[in-house]
Design a protein around this ligand. Sequence first.
Ligand code: GDP
Length: 415
Amino acid sequence: TSALKDRRITLGRVEAPSGELLDEALAVAMHAPHSFTGEHVAELHLHGSRAVVAAVLDACVALGARLAEPGEFSRRAFLNRRLDLAQAEAVADLVAASSEVRRKLALRQLQGGLSNEVRSIRDSLVDAAARIEAHLDFPDEEIPAVASNELSQTMADGLARLASMLKTFEGTRMAREGIRVVLAGAPNAGKSSLFNELVGRERAIVTPHPGTTRDTIESTLEIGGVAVTIVDTAGVRESADSVEQIGIERTWAEVENADVVLVVMDAETPDDSTLKSLADDQSCQRIILLNKCDLVPTDQTELLKARFGAQATTVIACSALTRQGLEPLETALRDMAMGSAAPEEMLVANARQATCLRAAQASLLAASASFSAGLSGELVMVDLRDAIEHVGEVIGLGIGEDILDRIFSTFCIGK
Ligand code: GDP
């Protein structure tokens, strides 16, 4: 790196050890500690074809380099304390961010949103532990009432903050992970047409004959910042045709896995058999779509809306032909995914972090109960130490090599 000035882009020739010219490229050196990992780093900005990259990689390997492991750069950054573990995870999340909500959550995490809150809780618990510990040396002295109240308050605050983070995590699953939306309804109601209009390109087979969508087909789109997977299913009806029967069975499997079911009805010939078959299933939200409303007068759709209003969260008159009603549908889907979640309040991004926080919560609850019951300081300390340890694991304190291996192996190569 010494031939290149720190963090200055230089144009040059990339040559193989044999002297053969491989590419004309830009190079930048980042001298330690001014790099992502904190180490000396050199980057080549090549013409990105497979042939050029392969030739340059071969030359680097011939000169003694090796390919990076998945997540190796983030792991080095973590080990060199450039990032804590929650921030390193945010790098992987940012690379994989499939929606606006996830991008914002990952960025907030990379900037320390979760880490700062976790560190602040941990600091207050460490402080409480130190004060209890100090009293262990003088077992005959009671902790004065004022100090005792403060300690109880510290633990109660910690519990409230952990609970709030976990509650937001649980309440924002659909916003974070996206929702699965299944189109269901009688054959010819217009499911495939709606699917195509929503997805914005012709992917499902649309024909005027019932029963041609025999399998399920899905596509993921981003609606209002949230990932929405739309699944088109075979029409729901009894069928003697065994191929179609398989499609119908898949429909029910899809409905069971759905977050939202779009019950599509032909507004001309509304048939609520799908609704009836869904009647006992309270596990997901449903929207009734009165499709083909271009073919019926408005007062008739209004009557239908009133008739079905009690059986679904939302009833929307729509038309795959004129695209009427699709915007309200997208708004309704986005609102269902977001629920009451305020994206700016989300801190916890993944199950690992949530598991650490839940373990911390359980230990802190035990510590707090023992403390209130006036049990011995030693006993309180056992649980309090556990709580501190689990909170610290969120940002990677005291985490073993094997767990780090598992976390970083899910990263992509080059990050
Ligand atoms: P599916 O069996 O529920 O998937 O229904 P399709 O999407 O295959 O649609 C069945 C027929 O209804 C096709 O001929 C479509 O062109 C027609 N269709 C679908 N949606 C509408 C609509 O909103 N208005 C009108 N006029 N025709 C529609």
